[in-house]
Design a binder for this molecule. Structure first.
Ligand SMILES: [Zn+2]
Length: 198
């Protein structure tokens, strides 16, 4: 069934993190990969052009051949997740994660033939290859204090960029994950109460 690429699925706050989050419940036996069907890469890219318009400075994203690019996109995605999840979890870069990410970015930029993604002016309207856009997003997260603001959602395990002033966000999306956690806690309390009365 085709994925509905809702705004919630772009809770990462940066294209690279949204891409990492296309694996749902990562590490959990119930987890699954939304890119298992290569056609979803193109559909995700279309939605990303809309939801990540600011990051992309309005440039449209191009997916030339989703099937052909799938392995490269998946390797790039996994390299992004390994590095930023490792940093978010332990405040340090896991061994080997940086060269792996840089290699995947290099492949993506060569394949995409369009590294000049940042900036404004006449180039702003030029299309950018999807894998190049994801690579540039990942590189931008390495280069400033953004990596200090990457968190792991306490509910769904997604990565997200915490732009709040005091840097204390817990959930990727308060409206979805925050409420689920609250409901679970409420349910847990009720169960505990019920048990007392048995
Ligand atoms: Zn979440």
């Amino acid at each position: 069934m085709a994925v509905d690429w809702t705004p919630h699925r772009f809770s990462g706050g940066a294209l690279a993190l949204d891409t990492a989050n296309t694996v749902v419940l990562r590490g959990d036996p119930r987890g699954f990969d939304r890119f298992a069907d290569a056609a979803e890469i193109a559909r995700f890219a279309d939605a990303a052009a809309h939801h990540r318009g600011e990051e992309l400075v309005g440039r449209p994203i191009v997916v030339a051949d989703a099937e052909a690019m799938k392995d490269g996109v998946v390797e790039l995605r996994e390299a992004i997740d390994a590095l930023f999840r490792g940093r978010a979890a332990g405040n340090r870069t896991p061994a080997g994660a940086l060269p792996r990410l840089l290699r995947a970015c290099a492949v993506a930029l060569e394949g995409g033939k369009d590294a000049a993604f940042a900036g404004t002016g006449p180039a702003a309207a030029e299309p950018v290859a999807f894998e190049a856009a994801v690579a540039m997003s990942a590189l931008s997260l390495l280069c400033d204090d953004a990596s200090q603001r990457i968190r792991i959602c306490a509910n769904c395990n997604w990565l997200f960029l915490d732009r709040s002033r005091n840097g204390s966000r817990i959930w990727c999306d308060m409206a979805v994950c925050g409420n689920r956690q609250k409901a679970r806690r409420h349910y847990g309390r009720r169960r505990a109460e019920e048990k007392k009365h048995v």
